[in-house]
Unconditional design. Structure first.
Length: 260
């Protein structure tokens, strides 16, 4: 296992795979690098991929102290510094997209191109999930199945049995889950989104109820020059279910973004 140590002394586990210019892949809330297991090889024809286990997940340290998306972004910087990577492209989905916003806005010289998937700006400007979704996710014994159906379409679930890697790190202690949830709830990047200078692609499933699709145009309009792409009939985990659409879309954008 390979680790970087943050300025506050936390060990962050990271995983570097493949060859070529690095693409940082950032997972959703309360998930470790396994979030990307089924699709990360799709990028290896042109890129190496760099993932990490957020503090509180996987093989990283799990301090019982407040977390934030800005803190997670600083942890990414610690990993880049450990590897001697001055600048990398970044693809964040769900809460990983929130971390990517912080990274690109607060550390613009470290981000070459940016892809924000199934995410939101947070704060009062964000479009929150409906009360019906919140209620369904809070029902004892039903939340896991509800989450699966928010992530994937019924047809895809029928043909892709368990395990699924997007439902959270099962080894997280309760305190880390609380801190991850609080970090997502407190995220508000609205005021700093215009500071993002990296070429940006915003991607979202058209049928995403977990992180409502209406957040995608908010981000695209707020970030200078950003492009918006909605994937028809896709839910929250579009990057996995629609990998033959989403993977080439992202690679094509990253290639175009670096052309003179």
């Amino acid at each position: 296992m390979t680790y970087a140590t943050t300025p506050d002394g936390i060990r962050i586990a990271y995983q570097l795979r493949g060859q070529g210019p690095p693409l940082v892949l950032l997972a959703g809330q309360a998930n470790d690098h396994h979030w990307w297991d089924t699709v990360r090889a799709d990028f290896h024809a042109a890129r190496s991929t760099l993932t990490l286990d957020y503090r509180g997940t996987g093989d990283s340290d799990k301090p019982d102290a407040p977390y934030s998306t800005e803190l997670f972004a600083r942890d990414v910087i610690a990993v880049l510094d450990e590897l001697g990577i001055d600048r990398a492209d970044v693809y964040g989905t769900s809460m990983g997209g929130r971390v990517a916003q912080q990274l690109a806005a607060r550390h613009p010289h470290r981000v070459g191109a940016l892809v924000l998937g199934c995410t939101s700006p947070g704060g009062p400007h964000a479009v929150e999930r409906g009360d019906d979704v919140r209620l369904a996710l809070s029902r004892p014994g039903a939340a896991r199945q509800v989450l699966l159906e928010l992530m994937y379409t019924p047809g895809w679930l029928a043909s892709h049995p368990l395990p699924h890697h997007t439902l959270g790190d099962p080894g997280m202690p309760a305190h880390a889950r609380r801190h991850h949830r609080a970090a997502g709830d407190r995220h508000d990047a609205w005021d700093i989104l215009p500071d993002i200078t990296a070429p940006t692609l915003v991607v979202h499933g058209s049928d995403d109820l977990l992180n409502p699709t209406a957040n995608a145009p908010l981000l695209a309009d707020r970030i200078p020059g950003a492009r918006l792409h909605l994937i028809p009939n896709a839910r929250h985990a579009y990057f996995e279910e629609c990998r033959t659409h989403a993977g080439p879309l992202v690679l094509d954008f990253l290639t175009t973004a670096h052309k003179p």
